[in-house]
Design a protein around this ligand. Structure first.
Ligand SMILES: C[S@@+](CC[C@H](N)C(=O)[O-])C[C@H]1O[C@@H](n2cnc3c(N)ncnc32)[C@H](O)[C@@H]1O
Length: 277
């Protein structure tokens, strides 16, 4: 069973879109501006949010493979993409979308990236991308992936990788203890070995640079305010569940932390774009 419900992915999508780093997105658009077509693989695609946000930066004809280990999420992705597109048609296993003057052909692949990444790269995609995914993976996974992607001469674009910065408003003394416990939970094995969690973004930057790609990076924090009430509440609930699971914080302290009404929250993320020099 997934840790990521379609409802949670839906709730975060608008905040994700407005938080993406503009300089990094501009570098992506500039890199592919002269191309007519591009093949893309999206790791941990969930309900397809990354395609909806990234396709506008890419050439007129795009071929996407959306990979996730949850069939149910990819089913929702297909339905949401059909609603999002101006027009759609089905061509065998492919869903072909017209959106804003772009033709986007999409294949949905159920696969466990902890095991099948190498096979998925056999198709030699020109762009490997992911959104809100790499903090789940490990340093070792990132090292091997960077070697494989740079070895193929492909570009790489990872958005919204959690980087460990958090600030709650109003601040409470227990925030620091809760954040520390949450980070410990973030670094638990999520199927890829000990998770990189908040260090994933810096591992991505280092590994792509070590392997000779030119890297553009930028911050993409969520700055949540009153209009994001539901997302803030769900975030707080998710933190409390994670901290309860990992242990080390008194139950009463967790309950009183949960009961503070927050009017704003800052959650740090990093965007990374890497290309052959
Ligand atoms: C935080 S969600 C992000 C989803 C989507 N990229 C977005 O931005 O809304 C992480 C996604 O990674 C997927 N995932 C986690 N571990 C995976 C694995 N081992 N293989 C394939 N997908 C995985 C989850 O099912 C989930 O859809």
């Amino acid at each position: 069973m997934s840790d990521f419900s379609p409802e949670w992915l839906e709730l975060r999508e608008a905040a994700d879109v407005r938080s993406r780093n503009r300089n990094v997105a501009d570098a992506v658009a500039a890199r592919f501006a002269l191309r007519a077509e591009l093949s893309v693989v999206d790791f941990g695609a969930g309900t397809g949010a990354n395609l909806r946000a990234t396709s506008a930066l890419l050439p007129e004809r795009q071929t996407w493979t959306l990979v996730d280990h949850e069939t149910a999420l990819l089913d929702v992705a297909k339905a949401k993409l059909i609603r999002w597109a101006d027009r759609h048609e089905e061509d065998g296993e492919r869903l072909v979308l017209d959106k804003g003057g772009r033709r986007i052909s999409v294949l949905f692949k159920v696969a466990d990236l902890a095991r099948d990444t190498e096979v998925l790269l056999d198709d030699k995609p020109q762009l490997v991308t992911a959104s809100a995914f790499f903090d789940l993976t490990s340093e070792d996974y990132i090292r091997k992936l960077a070697k494989a992607v740079t070895g193929m001469g492909a570009a790489f674009y990872a958005t919204l990788t959690y980087n460990g910065l958090q600030k709650w408003t109003p601040h409470r003394p227990a925030d620091n203890q809760m954040t520390a416990a949450f980070q410990r939970h973030q670094m638990r094995d999520k199927g890829f070995g000990p998770a990189a969690g908040p260090l994933a973004g810096s591992h991505l930057v280092d590994q792509f640079r070590i392997n000779g790609h030119v890297v553009t990076e930028g911050e993409s924090p969520w700055r949540l305010e009153r209009g994001d009430r539901m997302l803030i509440d769900e975030l707080i609930r998710g933190h409390a569940v994670a901290v309860t699971e990992i242990g080390g914080v008194d139950e009463k302290a967790i309950v009183s932390w949960l009961n503070v009404t927050r009017t704003a929250a800052f959650v740090g993320h990093t965007d990374v774009f890497a290309v052959p020099s």
